[in-house]
Design a protein around this ligand. Structure first.
Ligand SMILES: Nc1ncnc2c1ncn2[C@@H]1O[C@H](COP(=O)(O)OP(=O)(O)OP(=O)(O)O)[C@@H](O)[C@H]1O
Ligand SMILES: [Mg+2]
Length: 256
């Protein structure tokens, strides 16, 4: 008799259940001296866009770098989909689906937009045709990049470069995207376009995003959840709309 025939033993699969995809657990990270993050624990649900907020020096970049493996841990664990990544090198974490876009719109200046995207696809998507399809799919979504596909990295505007840095990470079809201050130095209209693209990519593909931002209003406008860091600790963790709407939280932690 099959397990579900009497309706009592079928596995419960409520569609509203959130599943933790990325977790950091008791993270201790620092440079010289006292730790910057001291026992930090957060969980990010699959498919969520999480805004990582906090004052300058709060530890946002340090957290992203600890997750991607760029800074060593003094303690704690980084877990992706129940797999402990703590001992793994940066490239092994990337192979498992972690992609980081560091601060500063890193693209290869001597390569064209097309070449930058092909490079992004190269090591995660086997086969030229599949890579071609992945890049073309992105062009469909990112019209400004499609128009500039033959331009070199150094010929792009700041906004175009940031769009390309984001696209280069997306083309490798990551499971989790770690983004550090993508709006830095961009005009409000460009920020809105960039974050809108991100939101849309997350909605369409189920991508999970951890987005460090000083641009609190913009980040919360597209995020599901906001986590505020202060002195290496989580000082607030709430639905984005609630964080944006609560004057006391805004005033205490977000400075507006
Ligand atoms: N490479 C480093 N060497 C030494 N100390 C560092 C290094 N990087 C960051 N720090 C220190 O760690 C703390 C956290 O820095 P971090 O860059 O993570 O903050 P942040 O929240 O990203 O700030 P911002 O909003 O300015 O980008 C700060 O006190 C900073 O001075
Ligand atoms: Mg930073």
């Amino acid at each position: 008799m099959s397990a579900s025939s009497n309706g009592t033993t079928a596995p419960a699969e409520p569609t509203t259940t959130t599943r933790t995809l990325l977790a950091v657990d008791g993270l201790v990270v620092g440079y010289a001296g006292a730790p910057v993050l001291d026992g930090l624990t957060i969980e990010v649900a699959a498919g969520d866009v999480v805004a990582l907020l906090g004052a300058n020096g709060a530890g946002k970049t340090t957290l992203l770098r600890a997750v991607s493996g760029l800074v060593p841990l003094r303690g704690g664990r980084v877990v992706l989909d129940a797999e402990d990544l703590t001992g793994l090198a940066v490239e092994d974490r990337a192979r498992r689906g972690l992609a980081q876009v560091p601060e500063g719109r890193s693209v290869v200046a001597e390569l064209t937009v097309e070449e930058n995207l092909q490079l992004g696809a190269l090591w995660r998507i086997p086969g030229r045709r599949a890579r071609r399809a992945a890049v073309d799919e992105l062009y469909d979504e990112l019209e400004p990049l499609a128009r500039r596909r033959q331009a070199y990295g150094h010929q792009l505007s700041g906004g175009e470069r940031q769009m390309l840095a984001l696209a280069r990470a997306l083309v490798s079809r990551p499971r989790v995207l770690l983004l550090d201050e993508p709006s830095l130095g961009l005009a409000p209209r460009v920020v809105a376009q960039l974050l809108g693209t991100l939101r849309e990519a997350a909605r369409r593909t189920g991508l999970t995003v951890l987005l460090a931002e000083q641009n609190v209003t913009s980040a919360l406008s597209i995020a599901d959840r906001g986590i505020v860091l202060g002195l290496g600790e989580v000082v607030a963790d709430a639905p984005a709309a609630q964080l944006a709407a609560d004057p006391a939280l805004r005033h205490a932690y977000l400075g507006f």
